[in-house]
Design a protein around this ligand. Structure first.
Ligand code: UDX
Length: 458
């Protein structure tokens, strides 16, 4: 099938490359001419494992082309995916401006019978709005609109596309449903479940799925605080509850709060949709508030426990919102660092991929080329992203390079424990913290029940 993708961002590029792999002919367009020029030569503007190879393969086969001309992109296409940005408005709702502009831009060039598929994450009712926008320009055109949300995670987007848990699409007519089935026929033959539903349901599924996953994270973060106060270990507790198949093991890792380009935006949009429709999504509203509060409380905790003052130095390991990506959008690291900087603390940070992207948002961060360079002379070390590199750090070397002895491991990744503590005060999430004077472990966590360094955030 001939497919057009409008938008050469993260979702558009992954969708383009993977649809070629599924056997389709794809043209991807974007208004950013220099981005398109780079893509023509196989240069990918984002860090996503496997994507560059797949794009190069598609370009070499002739089945994947790039253009900055909307007409050239959509004129012969049977299916047109809209994969443009849908940022947050100040009230939390989604700004449909780019989506509406893209729809107006392609409308004059659509061929009869084409299906316009909304891939961008949107609130319920957006597909109907897109139908109106196109119909305003092409009153007599026979076309369909569909919704096909993506569930790709950054860092594993290609695998998630090629081996998804499910494919969800929403259509309001049989022709669009037939085209959607044809697009994903090869995945369906491999046994991937396909849920065909209405456009509104498909839109709701995407937002509800992300809100639910974010609730799971918010819940385990609070369980983690309770574990810390009561002498438990969140790793054991998460495993114990996750073995119940109704709960599942995934998304039960505590951290400094969820971030990224999706969860914060999608939860805000879900809550805004609830308010707009007069049916408050109170759980999600509280989740958003608690996620914000968590970052502030963790930052306050660093300052208070390490006794930081104006002129203190903190090394931050990890700026990406999670490991495996160069994306620092809504990364919990940024508000935590800003809080430290407002307290007059100098922050030196390391991240294997996201340094430049974080620096664009906060130019006052000093970037270090290695974790060891970052900790030189630091009073405290704070881990905010769970990069594997940090799990194999030489802690004796780190101890030798730091001025102070405070570790805040907010991803529980550092290779340090009570037996091997290098004289650190070590604060971990949802687990017993320990400090230099603690007695050696006797094999039971109970021995440490009264030695918690400080209270976790509440
Ligand atoms: C998410 C959804 O998983 C994906 O289906 C959707 O299409 C886009 O949004 P992504 O933003 O790439 O994907 O990241 P994800 O791996 O879901 O993590 C989101 C945030 O939650 C990160 O900040 C991560 O650190 C945090 N998280 C995740 C936790 O704190 N604990 C967990 O157990 C899982």
């Amino acid at each position: 099938m001939r497919i057009a993708i409008v938008g050469a961002g993260y979702v558009g590029l992954t969708t383009s490359a993977c649809l070629v792999k599924l056997g389709h002919k794809v043209t991807c367009c974007d208004a950013l001419e220099d981005r398109i020029e780079k893509l023509r030569h196989g240069r990918v503007p984002i860090y996503e494992p496997g994507l560059e190879d797949l794009l190069k393969e598609g370009i070499a086969s002739g089945d994947l082309t790039f253009t900055s001309c909307g007409r050239e992109c959509v004129a012969d296409a049977d299916a047109i995916f809209l994969a443009v940005g849908t940022p947050s408005l100040p009230n939390g709702d989604i700004d449909l401006g780019q989506l509406e502009n893209a729809s107006r831009g392609i409308a004059p060039h659509l061929k009869g019978g084409a299906v316009v598929i909304v891939k961008s994450t949107v609130t319920a009712g957006t597909s109907s709005r897109i139908r109106e926008v196109i119909a305003e320009t092409r009153r007599s055109l026979d076309f369909s609109v569909a919704s096909n949300p993506e569930f790709l995670r950054e860092g594993s987007a290609v695998d998630d596309f090629m081996c998804p848990d499910r494919i969800v699409f929403g259509t309001d007519d049989a022709r669009a449903a037939a085209i959607m089935r044809e697009i994903y026929a090869s995945l369906s033959e491999q046994g991937v479940p396909i849920l065909a539903t209405t456009t509104t349901n498909a839109e709701l599924i995407k937002h509800a799925a992300n809100a639910f996953l974010a609730l799971k994270i918010g819940f385990i973060n609070e369980v983690s605080d309770l574990c810390e106060r009561s002498g438990g270990d969140v790793t054991a507790v998460a495993r114990g509850i996750g073995l119940d198949k109704r709960i599942g093991q995934n998304f039960l890792t505590p951290g400094p709060g969820f971030g990224g380009s999706c969860f914060p935006k999608d939860t805000r949009a879900f809550a805004a949709a609830g308010r707009r429709h007069g049916t408050r999504q109170a759980l999600v509203e509280l989740l958003i508030e608690r996620n914000e509060l968590r970052k502030r409380r963790l930052a306050e905790r660093i300052v208070a426990e390490a006794g930081l003052r104006r002129g203190s130095r903190v090394a931050v390991l990890g700026l990406a919102f999670k490991a495996g990506t160069d994306d620092a959008r809504e990364s919990p690291a940024l508000p935590i660092i800003e809080h430290l900087q407002r307290a007059g603390v100098h922050v030196t940070a390391h991240d294997p991929q996201a340094g430049e992207n974080a620096l664009r948002q906060n130019p006052a961060i000093e970037l270090a080329p290695t974790p060891y360079e970052a900790v030189r002379g630091a009073d405290a070390l704070v881990v905010l992203t769970e990069w594997e590199d940090y799990a194999v750090l030489d802690m004796a070397r780190i101890a030798g390079m730091m001025r102070g002895r405070y570790l805040f491991d907010f991803r529980n990744v550092l290779p340090i424990d009570q037996k091997n503590r290098h004289n650190f005060h070590c604060i971990r999430l949802g687990r017993r913290s320990f400090r230099p004077g603690d007695a050696a472990p006797s094999g039971s966590g109970a021995a440490y029940a009264s030695r918690s360094v400080a209270a976790p955030p509440s």
